[in-house]
Structure formats: structure tokens, C-alpha cells
Write a protein that binds this ligand. Structure first.
Ligand code: AMP
Length: 282
């Protein structure tokens, strides 16, 4: 496995791979890798001749006052995870390598990025879409792997790739959880012991939402209230949202019908946790 720091070098090695007829799978990450990331790398290794993992904490997707400086970093451990999962290349550029001058060109998807996370982190998805577009242009993958943990991010990236005719298949992968149901996240290390004890309530809130839909509830507000009742137990956190929405538009549109996505976000003292799950209202 090779660790590569510059855009010119990763382009050169991947040009060679493509010229040799090897398909390239790509897993973009911000590092501090856990089993959720590893599952994406394994999915890529299974379907592609070569797999590239990027490790880059992207300043563009952090707003003023968010955790850019404190975001956990451990490149040696990340390299070991990538190697263990069968990756071929780790692309770990510096901020200066990625953004040698201030960025003037921004990719935004103001429709799908607007609700939910977009209301709480208004500049976030433009930062994500811009860096993912840039990474796609550097890596030139056939397939790129994203976790359903960040459901709205998958929607934004899928839409961007379709709208801009990017020659890449965006592959969503299932959420990997701790044994008590908490979705794995690099930011879970920020939780205090007391907050960590309350964090599985996000998953339980989603279960309550799913049960309500399974029992025939079609009023989004009632499903959201069922989730909110469970989240009220997370007394150390503030609920940003508990939403029951159409899985692809992410915007409520009357009674629930067809594919539904349940999404929750809770802000604890330092960690802001998000989680989601799907169900069908038929
Ligand atoms: P991040 O490093 O947090 O930017 O995440 C990089 C990729 O890993 C994104 O596509 C995430 O959705 C995905 N990911 C993060 N946590 C999980 C998880 N618990 N299960 C599956 N994928 C995840």
C-alpha cells in the first residue's frame, strides 16, 4: 500500500492503473477511521481492482466555531486500518496541497442540501460537494463509496454527480453501529461518559419512529413526536431535529407514503450526533 501526499503523484499512479485496465474504487474520509469507514473500504476492495482512501479534514465544510482544529486525527492508525482492509493507496494531502489559494469555485446543491442538516449547518454541504468534486477530479474513480450514516450527504453527492455528469457511480453503504446501537462516528470520542450513556437513544428514537410507521401512522408530525418522546430522555443534549420525510426529497409532503427516511440530530456538549433509518409506508 502506498501513502501519497500530492495531487500530481496520485494522478500519475492512478493513470498507470487505469492504463493497465484496473478499475479504481474510492473512499473519501476525514480520517480517524473506525469500522464504519473500514466497511466502505472493504466494499470498494471487493468491487474494484484498486482502492484509494483519502484522508483529509476539509476546512471548507466546517463553519466558524465548529470543531475544525479539534477534529481527531491519527494518520498512523488510519494507514493501518486502510492496509488491514486491503486498500492500495492512501491519499493524505495537506490543506496547502488541496487549497493552494483561496477557493473561488464552489459546488452547491441548494435543493437537497437545504433542509435538516442544511438548516443547522448552512455552509456545510457546499464545502462537502466542493471537496468531493475536487477529489473525484483528482482520483477519477469508477465507483465512490459513502456511508448511509450521512444520508443527506449521500443525497447531495448523488445529485451533484448526476447533475454534472460525473463518470462515477456513487455507492451508498449500510450504517455500522456499536453493540448498543450507537452509529460509529469519529466524533463519538468527544462524548462524556454520561453523554455516551444517553447516545443510544438516537437509535431507539429511530426504532420508535419505525414502529409508529409499521403500526400505520402516516402523519409525519405524529411519527416525529414518537421519536421526540424517546429523545427527551437524552437530557444532556439538545434535539436539532427528529424528522420523518420522503427518503429522496427529504422534504415533508403531506402524509407519509412509499420510502420514508427517519433522521435525528442531537447536539451534546461537544459532539453533535446524527443518525437515520429507513422504512416503507405502504
Ligand atoms: P467522515 O470521515 O466522517 O467524513 O466519513 C467518511 C465516510 O465514512 C462517509 O461516507 C461516512 O458516511 C462514512 N461513515 C462514517 N461513519 C459511518 C458508519 N458508522 N457506518 C458507515 N459509514 C460511515
Amino acid at each position: 500500500m502506498q501513502i501519497i501526499r500530492t495531487i500530481s503523484e496520485i494522478r500519475a499512479v492512478l493513470d498507470e492503473q487505469r492504463a493497465a485496465g484496473n478499475s479504481v474504487g474510492f473512499v473519501p474520509t476525514m480520517g480517524y477511521l473506525h469500522d464504519g469507514h473500514v466497511s466502505l473500504i472493504r466494499a470498494s476492495v471487493e468491487a474494484n481492482a484498486r482502492t484509494v482512501v483519502s484522508v483529509f479534514v476539509n476546512p471548507l465544510q466546517f463553519a466558524e466555531g465548529e470543531d475544525l482544529e479539534d477534529y481527531p486525527r491519527d494518520l498512523d492508525a488510519d494507514v493501518a486500518h486502510c492496509h488491514g482492509a486491503g486498500a492500495d493507496f492512501v491519499f493524505a494531502p495537506s490543506v496547502e496541497e488541496m487549497y493552494p489559494s483561496p477557493v473561488d469555485t464552489v459546488v452547491s446543491c441548494p435543493g437537497v442540501a437545504a433542509p435538516l442538516e442544511g438548516e443547522h449547518r448552512p455552509s456545510h454541504f457546499a464545502g462537502v460537494a466542493t471537496v468531493v468534486a475536487k477529489l473525484f477530479s483528482i482520483v477519477g474513480p469508477c465507483r465512490a463509496y459513502f456511508g448511509a450514516k450521512d444520508w443527506q450527504q449521500v443525497a447531495v453527492v448523488t445529485r451533484m454527480a448526476a447533475d454534472l455528469s460525473m463518470p462515477v457511480e456513487v455507492v451508498p453503504c449500510p450504517i455500522v453501529r456499536e453493540s448498543d446501537g450507537l452509529a460509529m462516528s469519529s466524533r463519538n470520542v468527544y462524548l462524556t461518559a454520561e453523554e455516551r450513556a444517553q447516545a443510544p437513544l438516537l437509535r431507539r428514537a429511530l426504532d420508535a419512529g419505525r414502529s409508529a410507521v409499521a403500526d400505520g401512522e402516516r402523519d409525519p408530525a405524529a411519527v416525529e413526536a414518537a421519536m421526540g418522546d424517546v429523545l427527551a430522555g437524552a437530557s444532556l443534549g439538545t434535539v436539532d431535529y427528529a424528522a420523518a420525510v420522503p427518503a429522496h426529497s427529504l422534504v415533508a409532503d403531506g402524509s407519509l407514503a412509499g420510502e420514508v427516511r427517519l433522521l435525528v440530530a442531537v447536539k451534546f456538549s461537544k459532539a453533535r450526533l446524527i443518525d437515520n433509518d429507513g422504512c416503507v409506508a405502504d
